[in-house]
Design a protein around this ligand. Structure first.
Ligand code: CA
Ligand code: CA
Length: 324
């Protein structure tokens, strides 16, 4: 977490204090990169927008309430399934990792026995008559097979290895709904919070500044109002913003994408709004990760230092940066 005081203190402190400050900067950034890499699984280059609400305490209660209403109105329980997930009796490995390799072997044996019993009970062969979708042991102990609910319940009833049956429901990205779910959509009409006069630095794989959500502030070609106002490339040393991976653009969209339509415009079925949390915020791109999404600690540190050194030039606020 960046704090204005931390920046000032950095220049006054001893070497030991400097190290602590660097760690305070680096650790959240690494966490951000790792967690956003997970979000990358849902990345959509054309519509890179998700959401993360930043509302002050006074407004939070009302917004949370409205957001709850929004959630119930927006999310319908998924119904489409792809087989069933069979949860096995033993705890997943991470809950008993202190038992080490012996517990891993116990789980392997449990899976083998369960698969054998499933085949016997259903009279079908896995990978021959039953499609095998996967099996898990670390965070969840179970097997996913292309079987029906009735088949899963039958297996559960006839063996003592099965703890529960779950439908393997299909999930979909809902990036155009996420702003409403977080309540961030209330920030603009109710509190006039749009991110105006805020500059956000995105230290990542770069930013595609030509994307319709990131190419300007008002989504009008009539006005010249670039959103990406600063750029530094520690990978290929190019002078103009780009993103040869996509993750940085995705993050930039979450933070400040305009959605490609003017603020206040309602979404339509043809053109849903993939707007970010602070659509009027400007961006500074700092490329420290390459086209494969990889980089070095040194480049990440360089990127953070560049942002600090150029914060006044671009009016980057360091006291309210939230890492996802
Ligand atoms: Ca635009
Ligand atoms: Ca414009």
């Amino acid at each position: 977490m960046f704090k204005r005081g931390s920046y000032e203190a950095m220049h006054k402190s001893t070497k030991g204090k400097k190290l602590n400050i660097y760690l305070n900067l680096i650790i959240p950034l690494i966490a951000m990169v790792l967690l956003l890499a997970f979000a990358l699984a849902n990345y959509n280059q054309k519509n890179p927008i998700s959401s993360h609400a930043i509302l002050n305490e006074k407004n939070l209660q009302k917004s949370s309430l409205d957001a709850e209403v929004g959630i119930s109105a927006i999310f319908q329980p998924p119904t489409e399934t792809k087989g069933y997930i069979i949860e096995l009796k033993n705890e997943p490995f991470l809950k008993k990792s202190y038992l080490g390799i012996n517990y891993k072997k116990q789980l392997d044996e449990e899976h083998l026995a369960a698969k054998q019993q499933i085949e016997n009970i259903l009279g079908k062969k896995i990978n021959v008559d039953i499609k095998f979708f996967g099996e898990f042991q670390d965070t969840f102990n179970g097997i996913t097979l292309d079987i029906s609910k009735e088949e899963c319940e039958l297996v559960k009833a006839r063996t003592n290895l099965v703890k529960a049956c779950y439908p393997n429901l299909k999930v979909h990205t809902l990036l155009d709904k996420s702003i409403s779910v977080t309540g961030a959509n209330l920030a603009y009409p109710n509190f006039n919070l749009t991110g105006k006069n805020v500059v956000i630095a995105v230290i990542d794989t770069g930013i595609d500044a030509s994307h319709e959500s990131l190419d300007d502030l008002d989504d009008s070609p009539e006005t010249k109002d670039p959103k990406v106002i600063g750029w530094k490339d520690y990978v290929n040393f190019k002078s103009m913003p780009y993103d040869d991976h996509g993750h940085g653009t995705h993050c930039a969209g979450i933070a400040a994408g305009t959605g490609g339509v003017p603020l206040g415009t309602e979404s339509t079925q043809e053109k849903p709004i993939y707007r970010g949390i602070a659509p009027q915020a400007k961006l500074v791109g700092v490329k420290v990760l390459d086209s494969g999404g990889s980089g070095t600690f040194s480049d990440v540190i360089a990127g953070i230092e560049w942002v600090i050194q150029n914060k006044d030039r671009y009016n980057i606020t360091l006291e309210d940066i939230y890492c996802l």
